[in-house]
Design a protein around this ligand. Structure first.
Ligand code: ZN
Length: 284
């Protein structure tokens, strides 16, 4: 048993398994798996379940997250690049919305520092704002701008808001997102220390969030499933978008603090994640 976390608040009872999806942009697994780099991620992969995933081309963030978060192929959501021009995500509800539509007491939460995912005033957003549910206290969207203010600071802020939401029992299904690793890959490439240092920073965020989920399980017996994934790889020099194996590679980890294990296929397609989440919600 770990030390109890002071101020942990109970949440409304539910029969459905609670879900937290952690999105880590542009994180190549072979580098996270190096000694002393993604130590928390490695532990989650060992104690949970690890899956390989191959992204559709173009291997760009908005189409990639569009597929993962809405359960759509590129042809279905229409996103071709990060401008989102031609996208049809207004007709392709994200997994939080779908969880709400199937059970309308579901409280959802999304926090991201990349505006395309969450900012109503930006190019997307891929996560639907669902203003009526925000007014009803059933949906919360935290928007920050890592493009302007830098992802190391913004990811830390997104993480602390996610921790506060978890601590107060604030949601049943959530999405939290870090982009520091992808940004470091673009600026510095993957060969030096910068990319690895960014993975270590994000790995520490993952540790604090997964520890908080485990603390809720220990304190209240809540059933959770944490899912971690990325939207594309990177070439060694830094960059993605093309059809090389390095750019298309992704991975998925599922891990539950109550030692529940998913029976998902070893190889997943990005558009399968959202239906699998709905299935996990319906199974319990
Ligand atoms: Zn990306």
């Amino acid at each position: 048993m770990r030390e109890p976390i002071p101020g942990l608040r109970p949440a409304p009872e539910t029969k459905r398994r609670r879900i937290l999806l952690i999105g880590l942009d542009g994180l190549r697994w072979d580098i996270a798996a190096e000694d002393n780099v993604g130590t928390t991620l490695q532990k989650l992969a060992e104690t949970g379940s690890f899956h390989q995933m191959t992204m559709e081309v173009p291997t760009i963030s908005a189409p990639g997250w569009g597929s993962i978060l809405t359960g759509s192929t590129h042809a279905q959501h229409g996103l071709k690049d990060n401008s989102c021009v031609g996208g049809r995500t207004w007709n392709r509800p994200d997994f939080l919305s779908q969880c709400f539509y199937q059970a309308q007491e579901t409280r959802t939460f999304a926090a991201a520092g990349w505006p395309v995912l969450v900012d109503l005033h930006g190019l997307g957003p891929i996560i639907h704002p669902r203003i009526e549910q925000q007014f009803a206290g059933l949906h919360r969207v935290i928007v920050r701008d890592g493009e302007t203010f830098g992802y190391p600071a913004v990811d830390a802020e997104i993480t602390s808001i996610t921790l506060a939401a978890l601590k107060s029992g604030g949601f049943d299904v959530g999405f939290t997102y870090c982009c520091d690793v992808d940004d470091a890959g673009h600026i510095h490439g993957l060969q030096g220390n910068h990319y690895r240092e960014a993975i270590k920073r994000v790995d520490a965020h993952v540790k604090s969030v997964t520890d908080m989920v485990a603390a809720r399980h220990e304190a209240f017996g809540e059933e959770w499933l944490v899912i971690l994934t990325t939207d594309h790889g990177h070439v060694d020099e830094g960059g993605h978008g093309g059809d090389s194996a390095r750019e298309r590679e992704s991975w998925v980890i599922t891990r539950s603090p109550d030692d529940y294990t998913t029976d998902w296929e070893k190889e997943l397609r990005p558009e399968e994640i959202t239906p699998l989440i709905l299935q996990e919600r319906n199974a319990s």
